[in-house]
Design a protein around this ligand. Structure first.
Ligand code: LFR
Length: 492
């Protein structure tokens, strides 16, 4: 006898995956049944997610599982945070969801915080100030007198929306809800006052359900279309970072993590949000997680800068894969020029090599010229930023970390892992790669009583997947570089 497989969809900003997971004798095995691109579409002045194509690929994953002879016992979806769709009369999606990198929020955070004060927003939500937070996206629609908003009856975040397409049921999931900056962890629900402040009706927002809640079954039309059964659908930590942190194979309670993908999310897990003046000043966030935990963390721009650099070169006819780019970086001279990856100039899509050159000019550095030098500059700057944010995490949490757990697709870049260890002067423990999908599977198993809690899940994940150890090297050089990085980036 063994348990049926279950299915996790993990949608990232650049690709989506469907993974079948099987739990046998306290070991997890996974099999990727479908991998698909996630290509946002620019149209007019707007940037949208191609939500129907994503739904198509979710269905396609089910079909491929069926053709492989599998009938998943359940499924769940996680994705990036903050973005949403609005549902109108009759249950139809109004318009195409905006991409969080769309420019319609330009200036909105500044105007909103000037009016409400940062203290009010952070005090009520515990969430870091990022210009694309849902609160500013909704305020932007309100300012623009959006007809979509006028017609809206329900607000669903991306996984809520895709789950609704699958089941016909609407639920707002907790981990993602917290990222809106409109959820109040102290009240345990949507913050009606903040919603009132930005002129958005509370009636759009449903009851918030915890990760690991049964949330319906595949709707009849879909069963018919795909020729499959009424598979149960669960909520999990539908914010991908929440799922990734649930899968960190830590054995100790006080651990530091870095979820490494398009974004780099670094911090620690806490039992209760840290809503203090210092947290606000350092712009840390408290995102809701699994089993009542919170993620005290900070967003770092991450591999996005490298992804956009690669796209820029590709458009110019220079097509290089990530392994080739990393190999070129390794050959370039070390620790020359640095950027602050979190400078606002790197947030939007565009010509990153040109922006890096501009940043270097502005800060009196010789700009990197060759592709190898540019990639080296990006990766070293990320590693140095990790050191800075790790120090802030220790300061804010009062914890001391013996090393750093790295999870997510970015850890396939061994050079970045090694340089991160060098920069922080502590070991990096890298693994697993499919952090979010594993956290997604684990929460489904917890909900079904197969795994006791996230601590047991972490132990099982540790025993099921390899973790690569990177010991710090070249301490003196990195120490000197960190001093220069701090001075250049004028970080307090
Ligand atoms: C990572 C992530 C981050 C969130 C960003 C935008 O994939 O979910 O946690 O800040 O995407 O939604």
């Amino acid at each position: 006898f063994h348990l049926p497989s279950i299915l996790a969809y993990d949608l990232g900003a650049s690709s989506g995956r469907a993974l079948l997971g099987r739990l046998t004798d306290r070991r997890i095995e996974v099999e990727e049944v479908h991998r698909f691109g996630n290509d946002p579409v620019a149209v007019g002045d707007r940037l949208h997610w191609d939500i129907l194509r994503l739904f198509h690929d979710i269905k396609h994953g089910l079909l491929k599982a069926k053709l492989a002879g599998e009938t998943p016992g359940s499924l769940a979806i996680d994705s990036w945070a903050v973005d949403f769709g609005l549902i109108g009369r009759g249950g139809e999606l109004l318009g195409n969801p905006y991409h969080y990198r769309d420019r319609h929020t330009d200036g909105v955070m500044e105007r909103t915080t000037a009016r409400l004060t940062p203290g009010r927003i952070f005090g009520r939500s515990g969430i870091q100030f990022l210009p694309f937070n849902t609160i500013y996206q909704l305020a932007a629609l309100k300012e623009a007198d959006s007809p979509l908003l006028a017609q809206a009856e329900r607000f669903l975040m991306i996984p809520d929306l895709l789950r609704y397409f699958l089941t016909g049921e609407m639920h707002n999931e907790f981990s993602n809800a917290t990222t809106t900056q409109l959820y109040n962890p102290l009240l345990g629900g949507w913050d009606a006052e903040l919603l009132g402040d930005i002129g958005i009706p509370s009636s759009l927002f449903g009851t918030v359900v915890q990760p690991g809640t049964p949330a319906g079954r595949l709707r009849p039309s879909l069963k018919e279309e795909l020729g499959i059964g009424a598979i149960p659908v669960y909520t999990v930590a539908e914010h991908d970072t929440g799922s990734a942190v649930a899968a960190v194979p830590a054995l100790e309670r006080d651990f530091a993590y870095l979820s490494c993908g398009t974004w780099s999310l670094m911090g620690t897990e806490v039992d209760w949000p840290v809503i203090t003046d210092l947290a606000q000043e350092l712009n840390f966030t408290n995102e809701g997680g699994v089993g009542g935990t919170y993620r005290l963390l900070k967003n770092i721009m991450g591999l996005w800068i490298l992804q956009e650099t690669r796209r820029t070169w590709e458009k110019a006819g220079l097509t290089l894969g990530f392994p080739e780019l990393v190999a070129l970086a390794e050959q370039a001279p070390p620790l020359r020029a640095f950027i602050d990856p979190d400078d606002a100039m790197f947030l939007h899509a565009g010509d990153m090599p040109a922006r890096i050159a501009r940043y270097c000019e502005r800060t009196g550095q010789r700009a990197p010229g060759t592709p190898g030098e540019i990639v080296r500059c990006i990766l070293e700057s990320l590693a140095l930023k990790y050191r800075y944010v790790l120090e802030l995490t220790e300061r804010l949490s009062g914890k001391r970390f013996g090393g750093l757990h790295m999870v997510g697709g970015g850890i396939q870049n061994a050079l970045l892992c090694q340089w991160s260890a060098n920069a922080i002067g502590k070991p990096v423990w890298a693994g697993p790669v499919e952090g979010s999908a594993l956290g997604n599977l684990a929460v489904q198993w917890i909900a079904q009583g197969e795994i006791a809690d996230i601590w047991e899940a972490r132990k099982i994940i540790r025993e099921s997947f390899p973790v690569t150890n990177y010991e710090p090297r070249d301490g003196a050089q990195w120490e000197e570089a960190y001093g220069r990085f701090r001075a250049l980036t004028r970080l307090s």
